[in-house]
Design a protein around this ligand. Structure first.
Ligand code: KG4
Ligand code: ZN
Length: 340
């Protein structure tokens, strides 16, 4: 079965065709990152208007790459969570395509899509041919809007073990980058800067006193702000200060995420640790998780960690196999929970 997946929850207009939830046939992504960079963050109305301009070329490239419309058996699209105006563009496009081509239609949870990037054949960070991940496993889904630790019992069967109480990990990267003058989105430039550091700044580790497996990153953001103010005075930060601050920040985020992930893997007896979402593109996080995990680690290559249509098509295959079909009355849900 060949599924067309469409993703428009944030600032990437993306589409892909995947066969049997494993084999990537074609894909295209138009990123709006440069457009939003000058605002220092995503401007929702700008994002939805840009989706309107980008989607048809993205779709055309994807369908041509897969061998034409005759090859498509179903249409899937991100239903939420995400920005309402952005979601609506991809969602209505997908609905109209499924309607016109008389194909099955399914709405997919964006975070569940991120998780399924680990199912793509040859899609792992090291390019190794691997089997699909085993069950049960624990997934760390780290994106711009979410930081969730999820127990994955089987396809579509999840239990939420922990989540952020304030900023998401990606949001923390974006905010730290802004404080350090590193641009938007913040993850990639913070990672690059951290590699150049000589003496990473020591920041306090966030601790939640209730012993839960939740996260909190807002205190770290404040600590970075104070450290920047202390060093800055009336002049700009030096390049060396920026790299040392970036490395200190990244170290705390990586340590905190890794420690909790490893703890819940042990607590639950899971057979694998799965990384996914934009922050999983971070090499320092991936290396630390691989170093400390007691079980094998799956992590998609960076382009499959950030938003894409491949993960939506892949996830949809397993939902379709389980009999899921949505009707024309389905709407987007900007706050759609993963586990209700
Ligand atoms: O999953 P994603 O593409 O979109 C959402 O669903 O939010 O994640 C975007 C987030 C941004 O906050 C971005 O700064 C972060 O992922 N990110 C990274 C890296 N690449 C992207 N964070 C850390 N290191 C990276 N290399
Ligand atoms: Zn995402």
């Amino acid at each position: 079965m060949r599924v067309l997946g469409i993703e428009s929850s944030c600032d990437e207009s993306a589409a892909a065709v995947v066969e049997d939830g494993r084999l990537l046939l074609s894909q295209a992504v138009a990123s709006q990152a440069d457009l939003h960079a000058r605002f220092g963050g995503i401007v929702p109305e700008v994002a939805s208007r840009q989706h309107l301009l980008e989607f048809l070329p993205v779709l055309q490239k994807t369908i041509e790459g897969a061998g034409g419309w005759g090859a498509i058996d179903a249409v899937a699209v991100t239903r939420g969570p995400g920005l309402a105006g952005s979601l609506l563009v991809g969602f209505n496009l997908a609905k109209a395509l499924a309607f016109a081509r008389r194909l099955p239609f399914v709405g997919i949870h964006h975070l569940e899509g991120h998780l399924y990037a680990n199912w793509i054949q040859g899609g792992q960070w090291d390019g190794e041919a691997r089997k699909p991940p085993p069950f049960p496993s624990v997934a760390l889904i780290v994106s711009g809007g979410h930081t969730d630790l999820v127990y994955v019992e089987g396809h579509g069967r999840y239990r939420l073990l922990g989540r952020t109480r304030d900023d998401a990990a990606g949001e923390a990267f974006d905010k730290a980058a802004r404080l350090l003058g590193l641009g938007f989105p913040g993850g990639p430039p913070v990672e690059r800067a951290a590699r150049e550091a000589r003496q990473p700044v020591t920041f306090p580790r966030p601790t939640l006193r209730d012993g839960s497996d939740d996260f909190s990153f807002s205190g770290l953001k404040t600590a970075v702000l104070r450290a920047v103010e202390e060093r800055k005075g009336t002049t700009a930060l030096t390049a060396e200060q920026v790299t040392d601050l970036a490395a200190g920040f990244q170290r705390v985020v990586v340590d905190t995420l890794t420690e909790k992930l490893v703890k819940v893997v042990r607590d639950t007896g899971a057979q694998a640790a799965l990384l996914s979402g934009g922050v999983a593109a971070n090499g320092a996080l991936r290396q630390e998780v691989i170093r400390r995990s007691p079980v094998p680690v799956w992590c998609p290559r960076p382009a499959l960690c950030t938003d894409n249509g491949v993960m939506i098509a892949t996830c949809a295959y397993f939902r379709l196999q389980a009999g899921l079909r949505h009707g024309w009355d389905l709407d987007v849900q900007p706050n759609l929970p993963l586990v209700s």
